[in-house]
Write a protein that binds this ligand. Structure first.
Ligand SMILES: Cc1cc2nc3c(=O)[nH]c(=O)nc-3n(C[C@H](O)[C@H](O)[C@H](O)COP(=O)(O)O)c2cc1C
Length: 358
């Protein structure tokens, strides 16, 4: 057995959260690739005045405390999204709180935003940014903001996080869609979104323009048609920089074969691909392609990433498939995506965005 397969076999036998902590430890200690290879130019994306070498990103939750930005970028991602980061440190829910559904290539988690808090994140991200400016880093950084579980005013938490981290972020994402923080998903209604976006924008308005990154909102895949229509309308009205579609699902598709499916929490991975891609396509249709979308949910190969783009995504993220396939998946998806774009006569990712709607 080669070394990578051996490592994955060992990690796969550990409790999933312990395996993840070990992975982060190894990455922090330099046990990852030394540098990323250059990307095929067909994969380049220009969005929000920024140049992404490729459209594939690491989804939030893998690097909650921003400890492995450089190492995960070197896996070949065009961008990584750290977080969710909460203002005050908090422990999250009791363990065990992450479960593998191996037969389904899925995970259920109810972590509940364990976070080392804003001060720790600011220090680390600030150091990474300073370094990246000396030797321009290959890859961009998204920062995902959460609220503290006991917060009386989640909008104030998002605003506080935004103000502290805006100067370092290529985009900010407000996460109103984790199923594991009580009351959070109720913030996806029109009035709540308008208030949160207003408060976050007001918080960063005093910063110099270059330190005001694009603001995105990350939504759940479980919303009714009426709420989706509301979110689409608000996104267009407020000229949101983008929507991330979306988070884990509280649904339990009938096709699930694995144990643990009765655990409470958010389901991610392969069973989430079809429902999250449907919602992505619906949001693209409702916004008439006027709001950039990040497609995430169940991406496990190049065909999935391409399907997200054709459904309307300008960028694509993944997390759970890495648990089962390892980081070599990043290069595999990029190669397959480039081949599919060329096969279909596209010379850039942007030409394929929303192609299924035309
Ligand atoms: C263990 C775990 C922790 C996560 N934590 C966060 C989080 O802190 N914030 C967030 O916005 N999304 C979080 N997510 C959701 C992912 O970013 C992503 O939206 C979701 O897992 C669907 O993508 P996937 O099927 O490729 O994993 C988490 C997912 C997993 C599996």
């Amino acid at each position: 057995m080669d070394r990578t397969r051996l490592v994955r076999a060992v990690l796969g036998r550990l409790d999933p959260e312990t395996a993840h902590e070990l992975t982060l430890w190894a990455l922090r200690h330099g046990l990852g690739p030394a540098r990323a290879v250059a990307d095929d130019p067909v994969l380049a994306v220009r969005l929000w005045g920024r140049d992404f070498a490729n459209p594939l990103g690491l989804a939030a939750g893998f690097d909650k405390n921003a400890t492995v930005i450089g190492p995960t970028l070197r896996w070949g991602f065009g961008f990584v999204e750290v977080g969710s980061i909460t203002p005050a440190p908090q422990p999250g829910n009791p363990r065990p709180r992450v479960f593998r559904l191996a037969e389904d290539e899925a995970v259920i988690n109810r972590l509940g935003f364990p976070s080392q808090g804003l001060a720790a994140a600011v220090a680390r991200i600030g150091r990474w940014r300073a370094q990246a400016e000396r030797a321009p880093a290959r890859g961009l950084l998204g920062v995902n903001l959460g609220n503290n579980r006991d917060s009386a005013d989640p909008a104030a938490d998002f605003a506080e996080g935004a103000l502290a981290l805006a100067p370092f972020a290529d985009y900010l994402a407000v996460n109103v869609s984790s199923p594991n923080t009580p009351g959070l998903r109720a913030l996806q209604g029109r009035d709540e979104l308008v208030r949160i976006v207003g408060q976050v924008r007001a918080a960063i308005a005093a910063l110099p323009p270059a330190a005001q990154p694009p603001l995105l909102v990350k939504i759940a895949p479980d919303l009714s048609a009426a709420v989706l229509a509301e979110i689409a309308a608000v996104a267009v009205e407020l000229k949101l920089a983008g929507l991330i579609v979306g988070n884990t699902t509280v649904a339990r598709p009938e096709t699930l074969a694995g144990g643990h499916q009765g655990e409470a929490g958010g389901l991610s991975g392969r069973p989430l691909f079809a429902p999250s891609t449907r919602v992505l396509g619906e949001i693209y249709r409702l916004t008439e392609g006027r709001v950039p979308l990040i497609g995430v949910g169940g991406v496990g190969g190049a065909a999935d990433a391409y399907a997200k783009i054709r459904a309307g995504a300008s960028l694509v993220q993944l997390y759970t498939a890495l648990v089962y396939r390892g980081p070599g998946l990043v290069a595999e998806i990029k190669a397959g995506l480039a081949a599919r774009l060329r096969r279909d006569g596209f010379s850039q990712v942007s030409e394929a965005v929303g192609a299924d709607h035309r």
